[in-house]
Design a protein around this ligand. Structure first.
Ligand code: ZN
Length: 133
């Protein structure tokens, strides 16, 4: 089982509007959606670059995952998301190969995707997300 492409790159930001302006004005990309994901305590903004998206993540709660990340590491690349046909299968496959999972099965993420995270201790420091439509 292998991913079809990089679905998105998640980037933690301190100011969503300033960052959107950078991607629009400097890179010429278009922000096609801003969405709050309440259970993740983030507000997200999306840009399409070929088949891959840039997902900006602004924290809505300092105790949420992005709030804690910003506190510890500051703004920057937060995670890498690979597109799979079936997230649950891909997670099960990774677990069978000894990878520690944050999510044992897929859950609902931004853009109505089914998502699951692998633990960065098993992925050489890169927080890795699997997702499917
Ligand atoms: Zn993501």
């Amino acid at each position: 089982m292998k991913p079809s492409h990089i679905e998105h790159i998640g980037i933690a930001v301190t100011n969503l509007n300033d960052t959107i302006k950078y991607y629009e004005d400097v890179l010429g990309l278009e922000c096609y959606k801003v969405e709050e994901v309440a259970d993740q305590k983030v507000k997200t903004a999306f840009f399409m670059v070929g088949e891959t998206k840039i997902e900006l993540l602004e924290s809505t709660d300092p105790e949420g995952p992005i709030g804690k990340f910003l506190e510890k590491k500051g703004p920057g690349i937060h995670h890498l998301a690979f597109a799979f046909q079936d997230v649950n299968e891909a997670l099960k496959d990774a677990e069978a190969k000894g990878v520690a999972l944050i999510d044992k099965t897929g859950r609902k993420g931004a853009e109505n995707m089914n998502i699951g995270f692998l633990h960065p201790k098993s992925t050489f420091g890169v927080l890795t997300e699997f997702c499917s439509k």
